[in-house]
Design a protein around this ligand. Structure first.
Ligand code: BDR
Ligand code: CA
Length: 315
């Protein structure tokens, strides 16, 4: 069993990651912390709670975190990608999350003590909460087993600008803080998440499944529509669930050099770009002495099919 703490900005692909974490029998989902990003934190908390309750995991602690970026600039959400409610128009806005009185930072720190040495921190939104937890307690890396982020792009083009992937672009300064911390970190970025695709064939299987499957099929319609407008093909990156899968060992990575990654925090066109020190021809990149960032460039195929089956067959 892998003890996973998910830091989410619950939009559509975050929802699939939450369902996977809740349903997979090799994952113990110990908490969800909510960060701004795809939507505002209040809606993110409602969405997270709705998804957890759908599969009987309403007892997982949920805690609200940062409402906007680290530098205090205004939050910019992604309604065009995830819908106004973050769930493609299918969110139940009447859901009332049960919050335990802890902030996201407090929950991250508490779980890091309670599950010291075994906690997998999987962050699939802007890294504002994780950076704030490091501010609050710089010894956090000593107690976390590993950090996996969905974010960035080493060689692939960005998805909000030519240079930048959304989670990093939303808060580059926070991302740099998280990359600078003294833990081992795995970056699951667009290089690999844009090769892990959800299609209408997956939606059909989900639609024929139980309540979680039907819900997933419904919310994915908006997401596939967005991708069709962007790429010309109704196939969406399975971003957040793939990061979870890498963290929990549900998928094997086949190419993932350990190098240093930095973030462009300038205010020009490259803002939010992740710069990974990959040297040499494609796929021949050596690990760098002393580096701590594992950059996933390829995984074995088939995870999306397994994920869809898991969610569709949930009762
Ligand atoms: C990332 O950005 C968000 O829109 C998704 O939820 C995912 O975490 C992909 O770039
Ligand atoms: Ca996300």
């Amino acid at each position: 069993m892998t003890a996973v703490l998910l830091d989410v900005d619950t939009g559509i692909d975050d929802a699939l990651a939450i369902l996977t974490a809740a349903l997979h029998d090799s994952i113990e989902l110990v908490g969800c912390t909510i960060v701004w990003g795809n939507t505002d934190v209040a809606q993110g908390a409602r969405n997270t709670t709705e998804v957890l309750r759908l599969v009987g995991h309403g007892d997982v602690p949920v805690a609200i975190g940062a409402a906007g970026p680290r530098d205090g600039s205004p939050a910019r959400f992604s309604p065009e990608v995830h819908g106004d409610d973050g769930l493609g128009g299918f969110a139940d806005r009447s859901v009332e999350p049960v919050l335990g009185g802890e902030s996201a930072v407090e929950l991250i720190l508490r779980l890091s003590h309670e599950r010291a040495g075994e906690l997998e921190l999987v962050a699939v939104g802007p890294l504002t909460n994780v950076a704030a937890a490091l501010d609050a307690d710089p010894s956090l890396p000593e107690r976390v087993r590993h950090v996996t982020i969905m974010g960035g792009a080493a060689l692939a083009p960005g998805n909000v600008s030519d240079a930048a992937e959304a989670n990093i672009w939303h808060d580059p300064e926070a991302a740099q803080v998280v990359l600078d911390a003294s833990w081992d970190l795995t970056m699951v970025g667009l290089d690999v998440t844009m090769t892990s695709l959800i299609t209408d064939a997956h939606r059909e299987r989900l639609a024929a499944g139980g309540a979680a499957g039907r819900f997933s099929a419904a919310i994915l319609d908006h997401y596939l529509g967005y991708y069709e407008g962007w790429t010309g093909t109704r196939a969406s990156g399975n971003h957040d669930a793939l990061a979870l899968a890498v963290a929990a060992g549900l998928v094997r990575t086949t190419l993932s050099p350990i190098v240093d990654v930095t973030v462009d925090c300038s205010h020009g066109p490259a803002r939010g770009r992740t710069v990974a020190e990959l040297e040499g021809e494609w796929g021949t990149w050596p690990d760098r002495e002393g580096a701590r960032h594992r950059v996933v460039m390829e995984v074995e195929p088939g995870f999306e099919d397994a994920m869809v089956e898991l969610i569709a067959s949930a009762r």
